[in-house]
Design a protein around this ligand. Structure first.
Ligand code: ZN
Length: 287
């Protein structure tokens, strides 16, 4: 297993971690200043500054992407909605390509309208079918332009509103159906916040192997957790066995970045400089 204790070469920052403190251009400057070698930005953060500005800034700073957030949200109440979702995913793929991302991360969606508080239907099987069809169609375009798609399973507490794919096993079953030859066009993003609890985690990481392991997201699980989305912990403050999980990833052949992704009202209230410095220190000690 790689030794992270003496440098942070393998650290990537998911830019949601300091989204309330800074715009994306400033985040890139602050990461470059700390010799952080990779980030994973969100589409809205990119759009706010302008994608051409961001592409140039990344190049000048020598900062790579560890992923691009995000595509997905495929289900919809009608045909027009399904088409709109596919169009939006094509645009996300184009943006990921322009920014030279190694993959586009998919948060696949679930019952349409649920996030806004009024689901258009209650049939989660239908949502799963629409997700499968949406990934299949997006994959055709993604293959054409050469942009790998990474399915991110989300914790089951978010099964109604954000993602009806909730385990690594479920995500890999879809990969096996749509990309049986393991061409590296379709794989998974393993976000420990969502999957750390899964009794099949070790076996499913081994099953995925290096042809399917596209991204690795870390933070920690606080006890108690006070918010379903915005109470993620800093590495070392919670109960996730981070090093054990990284060993499983590396034993399976993963050699990429560890991407710190923390949605947290607490960390958003701290100075951005302090958050990034803490990420570096905890990455060396706990990840
Ligand atoms: Zn994630």
């Amino acid at each position: 297993m790689r030794d992270f204790s003496s440098n942070h070469d393998a650290l990537s920052i998911n830019t949601a971690t300091v989204r309330k403190q800074w715009a994306l251009d400033r985040i890139i400057d602050e990461c470059a200043h700390r010799k952080i070698r990779a980030i994973s930005p969100w589409r809205d953060q990119v759009a706010k500054v302008g994608i051409d500005v961001i592409a140039r800034k990344l190049k000048d700073a020598g900062i790579a992407l560890s992923g691009y957030c995000r595509g997905g949200f495929f289900p919809a109440k009608d045909k027009a909605g399904l088409e709109r979702a596919l169009d939006d995913n094509r645009r996300a793929i184009d943006e990921a390509k322009l920014l030279n991302a190694p993959c586009l991360v998919l948060v696949v969606g679930s019952l349409p309208g649920a996030l806004e508080g009024s689901p258009d239907y209650h049939d989660i099987s239908r949502a799963r079918q629409e997700v499968f069809d949406g990934i299949a169609k997006s994959l055709e375009y993604a293959r054409e332009v050469g942009m790998p798609l990474a399915i991110e399973p989300l914790h089951p507490m978010q099964a109604a509103d954000r993602a009806c794919i909730n385990t690594l096993e479920q995500a890999l079953d879809i990969c096996d159906r749509l990309d049986p030859e393991q061409s590296r066009a379709l794989g998974v993003a393993v976000d420990l916040y969502h999957v750390w609890w899964d009794p099949k985690l070790e076996a499913q990481i081994a099953r995925a192997g290096k042809n399917r392991l596209f991204a690795y997201h870390v933070c920690d699980w606080l006890t108690p957790t006070r918010d379903l989305v915005n109470d993620r912990g800093m590495m070392g403050d919670g109960v996730i066995e981070l090093k054990k999980c990284r060993k499983w990833m590396e034993d399976a052949g993963y050699a990429g970045f560890s991407e710190v992704e923390i949605f947290s009202d607490y960390w958003w209230s701290q100075p951005g400089e302090h958050v990034l410095d803490t990420c570096i220190q905890r990455h060396r000690e706990y990840v």
